[in-house]
Design a protein around this ligand. Structure first.
Ligand code: UDX
Length: 473
């Protein structure tokens, strides 16, 4: 099928290459000429495992081309996928839909034949209906153009896998014809047994924000438990393991630590809450404000823990931060908890060095004030404390004995609860993590029946500092 993919970021570029890979004739479109040139030459503009291979294969097949022109796009596609960003509006939690609207406005006047416009971006419920009216208004008379919604659930780091072998497909269309068109697009996936849910556009739009809200809630739930564990001298990782064995709960997305970030979860829950308020359903999702608050608090608590471990004053103290991206296997630093903590420490006077295998370049662009590099030993040299904030696989391979010789003081904060604490302790490191008691405290608790370990000061108990930190973060 002849299709266009408009917006070639993490979502669109992968979607375009994968659609060509399964046999469609695809035109990728973006206003960023540099990005389009790179993609057309087979150079991924971002780091995503497996993407370069699919891109190269798709370009070689002759079924994938790129352009910056919406006129060309209008002429090419029987299906147009909208994959542009829907960032958070400045000064509010609501989604900024200007890029989505601009696609419809730019495409509509050039349409010469009937087509289907399919949104994949995450949008507030009701967007399909609004865009349908807009498209009908702007398209030339006699052209039948319909809008449907087909949300994307891909995870960065697994984008190719999630696009070619999704858990499920969701199609939100108002006509049977549109539904059938999308089923033809995804025919190879459907033949492989991927479940496909056909529904109305409002439900389809809601599936995406509901899914991300659920995932965010699960993470914040376990991080809330980490706070309780800190107060009680209990261990959140053992708690999560034990909870996870209950198949109704499951162990995935119960990793406590510095919390969630990225271009999706934080802004999606805020946009969902804002839209629900507009619809008069604000109280139904008021818990999302708490989810967001718990998540922000993990960053503040990580800064507070670092400050405490360094004796209460960060001025001039050398901190090494492992990880800049919001998650491993990505170079995306949008709303990254690791970078947020690094910048907060920097503002409080610490000398911060950030290491990331793939995200150092983006981190430097976002925060020129930070030292960011991709050589681990250089970043850790003479550090007085090491913060593990993004769980890249290579950090689990590090030899703690060797690293202890490079740093000035062997203190580790495992902000992702992903390192082998016993091995690090055996190598002479003091290891601390949110929601984890020090081993001695655990024994002592059993003896005297009360937690001996100093709990990490919560923002509620330290209002001034918390208020400053929230403002800064
Ligand atoms: C997410 C959704 O998973 C995906 O379905 C949607 O389409 C887009 O948003 P992504 O942003 O790639 O995908 O990241 P995800 O893997 O969901 O992780 C989000 C954040 O949560 C990361 O910062 C990650 O480190 C954090 N996280 C995840 C935790 O803190 N604990 C966990 O247990 C899991």
């Amino acid at each position: 099928m002849r299709m266009t993919v408009i917006g070639t970021g993490y979502l669109g570029a992968v979607h375009a290459a994968c659609m060509a890979d399964i046999g469609h004739d695809v035109l990728g479109v973006d206003i960023d000429a540099e990005k389009i040139t790179a993609l057309a030459e087979g150079r991924p503009p971002f780091y995503e495992p497996g993407f370069e291979e699919v891109l190269t294969r798709a370009l070689a097949s002759g079924r994938l081309r790129f352009t910056t022109g919406l006129r060309e796009a209008a002429a090419h596609g029987e299906v147009h996928f909208i994959c542009v960003g829907t960032p958070q509006q400045a000064g509010s939690g609501a989604a900024d839909l200007r890029y989505v609207d601009a696609v419809v406005d730019g495409l509509a006047p050039h349409l010469a034949a009937s087509c289907l416009v399919v949104g994949k971006s995450t949008v507030p419920v009701g967007t399909t209906a609004r865009l349908s009216a807009r498209l009908m208004d702007l398209a030339p008379r006699g052209v039948r153009a319909e809008v449907a919604w087909n949300p994307e659930f891909l995870r960065e780091g697994f984008a190719v896998e999630d696009t070619l072998r999704p858990d499920r497909l969701v199609v939100g269309a108002t006509s049977r014809e549109a539904d059938e068109t999308l089923r033809r697009v995804y025919a190879p996936m459907l033949a492989a047994g991927v479940p496909c849910i056909s529904t109305d556009p409002n439900t389809a739009e809601l599936v995406k924000v509901a899914a991300n809200s659920f995932l965010a809630t699960k993470i914040s739930f376990i991080n809330a438990m980490a706070e309780v564990c800190d107060a009680a001298g209990a261990d959140v990782v053992t708690l999560a393991d034990a909870l996870g064995h209950d198949t109704r709960i499951g162990r995935r997305f119960l990793n406590a630590g510095v919390g969630f970030g990225g271009g999706c979860l934080p802004k999606d829950i805020r946009a969902f809450a804002a839209r629900a308020r507009e619809l008069g359903a604000g109280p139904a999702v008021a818990f999302l404000d708490q989810v967001d608050e718990i998540n922000r608090r993990q960053r503040i608590r990580t800064v507070a823990l670092t400050r405490r471990l360094l004796g209460g004053d960060l001025t001039g103290r050398r901190v090494a931060v492992l990880g800049a991206t919001f998650k491993p296997d990505s170079d995306d630093v949008r709303d990254s908890p690791a970078l947020d903590v690094a910048t907060a420490l920097d503002r409080q006077g610490a000398v911060v060095r950030v290491h990331d295998p793939e995200g150092a370049g983006n981190a430097r662009l976002a925060h020129p004030e930070l030292h960011c590099g991709s050589d681990l030993m250089t970043s850790c040299r003479d550090a007085e404390i090491l913060l593990h904030l993004t769980e890249w696989g290579q950090y689990r391979e590090v030899d703690p004995v060797k690293l202890a010789r490079v740093v000035r003081t062997p203190i580790l904060v495992d902000g992702r609860n992903a390192l082998a604490h016993d091995a690090w302790r055996a190598a002479g490191w003091t290891v601390e993590a949110l929601g984890r008691p020090a081993p001695t405290a655990r024994c002592a608790d059993a003896r005297v029946g009360r937690p001996l370990r100093a709990t990490i000061t919560s923002p509620a108990a330290e209002p001034d500092r918390a208020a400053t930190a929230v403002g800064r973060l």
